[in-house]
Structures are given as C-alpha cells and as structure tokens.
Design a protein around this ligand. Structure first.
Ligand code: GTP
Ligand code: MG
Length: 195
C-alpha cells in the first residue's frame, strides 16, 4: 500500500461524527507526547497530523483515508495530567467509545516512548486489545534518543514482557526522525489492511 496517498477526512469530537463504520481502520494510540502524530506523518510522508512539544495536542479523533475502505486514525493521547479535568474526561470518553464501538477497527498501533514503555495505561490498552482480539503493533518511539545497545535492550525487554500476554503483538523500535522501523510498520499495516 502506498501510505503517502493518505488524505485528511475529518476531526471528530466523538464517534458519532466519524465516517461510516465500514471497511478497515487502523488506529494510532498511546500516551500524550509519545509520538503518534509524528509517526503518522512519517508513515504517510506528509504533514497530515499536527505535532507538538506540548502534550495533549491531538484532542479530536483525526481520520485520514487511503481509499474508500481503508483509514488511519490519530487518537487523542492518554495519561497527561496537566489538562483541565473536564476536557480530559471528554476525550477519554471519546477514546473509550471509539475503542469499544468501532467495528472497522482491525489493528492498533500503540506508541510508547522507548525510554518509558509499558506504563499502566499502556498495559490497560494492550490488555483491552487482546481481550477484543485486535492485533497490536507496539512501536518504541524516539529510538534515536538511545544508543544502539540500549535501544536493542529495550526492544528485547518489551518483547519479553509482552510475550507473557497471550495476544497478537509485534514490537519494533521506531524513529520518526530517522525513519527507523518504517518498513516494518508498512509491512504490518499491509497485513492488516490486505488480510
Ligand atoms: P499528543 O497529540 O499530544 O497525544 O502527542 P503525540 O503522541 O501525537 O506526539 P507528537 O507526534 O506530537 O510528538 C511529541 C513530541 O515528540 C514532538 O516534539 C515531536 O517532535 C517529538 N518526537 C516525535 N517522534 C520523535 C522521534 O522519533 N524522535 C525524536 N527525537 N522526537 C520525536
Ligand atoms: Mg498527536
């Protein structure tokens, strides 16, 4: 699949405003500031999703389409404390509803900073995906921040931890900056989209 053909469809405050729930959707999820939007931009080789140094940038469910029945979703991040509580409640609610109700969701890319992976909320999401029989691609982002030895050690550590869960989980190091892991992401998404 040529991911650089992706185009913006809509920013939805809740799931009722999303495109029709048909075809196949792959969602990018993770803690605020983990690098979800950056990864989407790297994958699509476009500045589609807004990125920011300030956690909590993505507050809506942003939808991009590859074609009429293949979509990429940039989800709001979770776990960021410095957001007004009302706002947080609103988007955590839309995130939860999205995960629970979206029939076309066929794969989750969960992004975790390679320096701080597997926080409680990350584990919650992974366990939820396993329970829902949705495959997971765990990307350890900002891999450029670690030297090669430390990077490899983190990948092995996370693989080992996640192999204890009985799910369809793949783990790779990723860097939006350097393009590390990009071919592996393309391969996994092709699998999910094309079956
Ligand atoms: P929210 O929308 O707030 O949930 O964040 P997000 O997960 O979409 O993160 P975003 O892509 O906006 O990136 C957050 C910050 O991390 C930005 O300052 C990015 O430039 C930086 N960043 C993202 N990916 C990488 C990477 O691969 N390497 C490095 N060094 N920095 C990165
Ligand atoms: Mg974002």
């Amino acid at each position: 699949i040529k991911y650089n053909t992706a185009s913006f469809v809509t920013s939805a405050p809740d799931i009722t405003k999303l495109p029709a729930d048909t075809g196949i959707e792959v969602a990018f999820a993770g803690r605020s500031n983990a690098g979800k939007s950056s990864a989407l931009n790297t994958l699509t080789d476009q500045k589609l999703a807004r990125t920011s140094k300030t956690p909590g940038r993505t507050q809506l469910i942003n939808t991009f389409e590859l074609d009429a029945d293949k979509r990429l979703i940039d989800l709001p991040g979770y776990g960021f404390a410095k957001v007004p509580i009302e706002m947080k409640k609103k988007w955590q609610k839309s995130l939860g509803e999205y995960l629970q109700k979206r029939q076309s969701l066929k794969g989750i890319v969960i992004l975790m900073d390679i320096r701080h992976p597997l926080k409680d909320l990350d584990r919650d999401l992974i366990n939820w995906a396993i329970g829902s029989e949705i495959p997971v691609l765990a990307l350890l982002t900002k891999a450029d921040k670690l030297k090669q030895g430390a990077r490899k050690a983190q990948v092995l550590h996370v693989r080992r931890e996640l192999s204890e869960l009985d799910g369809d989980i793949t783990v790779h190091a990723f860097s939006s900056l350097k393009g590390t892991g990009l071919p592996e992401v393309g391969k996994k998404l092709d699998e999910w989209f094309l079956g």
